[in-house]
Design a protein around this ligand. Structure first.
Ligand SMILES: Nc1ncnc2c1ncn2[C@@H]1O[C@H](COP(=O)(O)OP(=O)(O)OP(=O)(O)O)[C@@H](O)[C@H]1O
Ligand SMILES: [Mg+2]
Length: 176
């Protein structure tokens, strides 16, 4: 709110400053929303109510980088899997915004229902600078732990210059 008040006081000729204050205001608003969701017990409301796809759509709407989502509608998955998959996409999207200078992020969700080993596959790809790694922050490592805990695996493909892909796979049999 203070950023918006400051913005209103900026003379029209200082366009760049206005834009920066706008960006500050919307980032602060996003942070507030995420904090509230976290405080309500980790599960964003859209996830608990509607499942993975509506929750991903909500993430995409808030994202500063355009997001394209390909995901099957309707089917609910075991709650721990939905929550972990959501956080994989949220962190990968935040990283793409913070580090990648990407112009688009693609999220693909697919459920492989081969009866012997049903698997949820989530892939988040950006077309940015690449060069992501598991050291230096806690985001990607935290995701890896989260996915490992559910018996899944997380892979990172990110050669410099070729964008970044985060791929998570979750077994659905044991968690069902
Ligand atoms: N999509 C990406 N494109 C380019 N570089 C990335 C991308 N994602 C991550 N990186 C690089 O990999 C590092 C590790 O990412 P990670 O998410 O673990 O940490 P972080 O984002 O820096 O901090 P945190 O997630 O703890 O807030 C980042 O610091 C950044 O240098
Ligand atoms: Mg991160």
């Amino acid at each position: 709110m203070r950023a918006r008040i400051a913005r209103a006081a900026v003379p029209p000729e200082s366009g760049a400053l206005r834009e920066r204050l706008d960006a500050l205001a919307s980032e602060a608003a996003t942070a507030m929303t995420e904090l509230r969701e976290l405080a309500r017990g980790i599960h964003p409301p859209a996830l608990a109510q509607g499942g993975l796809l509506p929750a991903l759509n909500a993430l995409a709407r808030r994202s500063r980088v355009p997001v394209r989502i390909k995901a099957p509608a309707g089917r609910r998955l075991p709650e721990p899997v939905e929550v972990a998959a959501y956080y994989v996409v949220a962190e990968a999207l935040t990283n793409a915004t913070k580090h990648a200078e990407a112009s688009i992020v693609t999220v693909e969700v697919e459920i492989d229902t081969t009866p012997a080993d049903a698997v949820l596959r989530v892939q988040v790809r950006d077309d940015g600078r690449g060069g992501a790694h598991f050291t230096g922050g806690s985001g990607l490592l935290g995701l890896k732990d989260r996915v490992d805990t559910l018996g899944g695996r997380l892979a990172l493909h990110s050669r410099p210059g070729t964008g970044t892909a985060v791929l998570a796979e979750f077994p659905l049999q044991h968690t069902a």
